[in-house]
Write a protein that binds this ligand. Structure first.
Ligand code: ACO
Length: 402
């Protein structure tokens, strides 16, 4: 109901850009996206090549330091991370304090925020040594925190990290392992999860990354900024979408599996009914990550031998949507979240953990973007303007006269 054009005339120089869809908030050398062509590159390297050939920690190094590491650099980076995977004992006690039904994203953001209370050498964003050790601590402790959030929610004891294992294996063992029982990790699943983390590792100025930068622009430390990013990712229009997709598929399945009827409800724009996992602010073409994930979903589901009726449902939903005028006109294609949930489910993760997995993947991007922001002489505190649409000046009315 607001006449934006006349307000614009009044305020003159303020650009109104809801959702910042046409505003570049910074210059960045980290990630390139061409939404029309469906291209995604980290530091110039195509996502398809990185997904196929690289590893998550190598990609983390690339994003944060700008170049692929040499063997020696990667070994040092990995060893350094491995040394910091333990949480302080006081911090482990937190997990007894959170309610058992707490959403693991809420636990994750709280625990990451609390890192600033334990590490006094994290508070100065301009001290390069502090930034470096905070970077390593975050990468190392984030999966430990994430898996503890899960173990607590199912009433299981917390396992200490096993530093003889790789990054992803260690995470899986801490998440699913039981004390004093050996935990067999399927190497194929480790590789798929590692690859999924790569696909999520950065995506330029999305909602959570912009949040990390905005909080950091006030010179808040890395832990504080990243915990804000975790909270931004919590929402169902962003990282929460992978959980929402699975819930949507489950609902359709439970009510008889009529995919066409569901699509009709989406098209009628019934309140709260969207085709979750479809659409993207930047991609107006197939999300290049979605193509890779779809293939992985088919592989993993055939491997775990379970077959999942929800995968068939997802594929027919996609088929119908891709041939429907509503979705074609609006350029709505599957995004990265459309198939990831099915893989996570097949791996044994409960739906509440899906967004946590996204967060683990996105962490190197948040760190890289925060560091770029803090070092950039162009950075100013983020402070958008507004169009004021409230009452004009009026006199205070004493309470007896209202
Ligand atoms: N299902 C049905 N209709 C949709 C969908 C969808 N998933 N997404 C967009 N539309 C429609 C809108 O109703 C609108 O139509 P209209 O012009 O007739 O009103 C049009 O397409 C444009 O949509 P906007 O909401 O303006 O697009 P925006 O760029 O603001 O939103 C978003 C992008 C949030 C991703 C949206 O597509 C969405 O809600 N998708 C579902 C949630 C989802 O999958 N999120 C994950 C995003 S990717 C990520 O975070 C990794």
């Amino acid at each position: 109901g607001i006449d934006v054009s006349s307000l614009l005339k009044e305020t003159g120089h303020v650009a109104v850009d809801p959702g910042y869809a046409n505003t570049a908030s910074c210059a960045s050398a980290i990630t390139y996206i061409d939404g029309e062509a469906g291209i995604l590159r980290y530091r110039g390297y195509p996502i398809e090549q990185l997904a196929e050939k690289s590893t998550f920690l190598e990609v983390a190094y690339l994003l944060i330091y700008g170049e692929l590491p040499t063997r020696k650099q990667l070994d040092e980076f990995t060893t350094n991370i491995t040394k910091h995977t333990l949480l302080r004992e006081e911090m482990r006690l937190f997990f007894d304090g959170f309610p058992r039904d707490a959403h693991p994203m809420a636990v994750l953001s709280s625990a990451v925020s609390a890192l600033s209370t334990f590490y006094q050498d994290s508070l100065d964003p301009f001290d390069k040594d502090q930034v470096e050790i905070s970077t390593i601590r975050l990468l190392a402790k984030f999966p430990t925190i994430a898996s503890y959030a899960h173990q607590k929610s199912i009433g299981r004891p917390l396992l200490y990290p096993d530093n003889s294992l790789g990054y992803v294996e260690n995470f899986l063992r801490m998440t699913f392992g039981v004390p004093s029982e050996p935990y067999e990790v399927d190497p194929v699943l480790v590789n798929v999860l590692d690859m999924l983390f790569i696909l999520h590792a950065d995506h330029e100025q999305n909602c959570s990354t912009s949040t990390v930068r905005l909080v950091g622009s006030s010179h808040a430390n890395l832990f504080a900024s990243v915990s804000a990013g975790v909270n931004a990712l919590f929402g169902p229009l962003h990282g929460g979408a992978n959980q929402a997709v699975l819930e949507m598929l489950q609902d359709i399945y439970n009510s008889g599996g009529d995919v066409k009827a569901f699509v009709e409800r989406v098209k009628r724009k019934e309140k709260g009914v969207r085709l979750m996992g479809f659409g993207h602010r930047v991609y107006r073409n197939y999300d290049p990550r979605a193509a890779i994930v779809k293939k992985a979903a088919q592989e993993v589901l055939s491997r775990t031998g379970q077959g999942d009726p929800l995968l068939d449902l997802a594929m027919s939903l996609e088929e119908i949507a891709l041939n429907d005028e509503y979705f074609i006109e609006r350029k709505l294609y599957p995004n990265v979240d459309f198939y990831t949930g099915l893989i996570y489910k097949a791996m044994g993760f409960p739906t509440e953990m899906f967004t946590v997995l996204f967060a683990i993947g996105r962490l190197p991007g948040w760190i890289a973007q925060w560091r770029e922001m803090i070092e950039d002489p162009m950075t100013r505190i983020g402070r958008p303007r507004q169009l004021y649409v409230g009452p004009s000046a009026r006199d205070y009315v004493p309470i007896e006269q209202r």
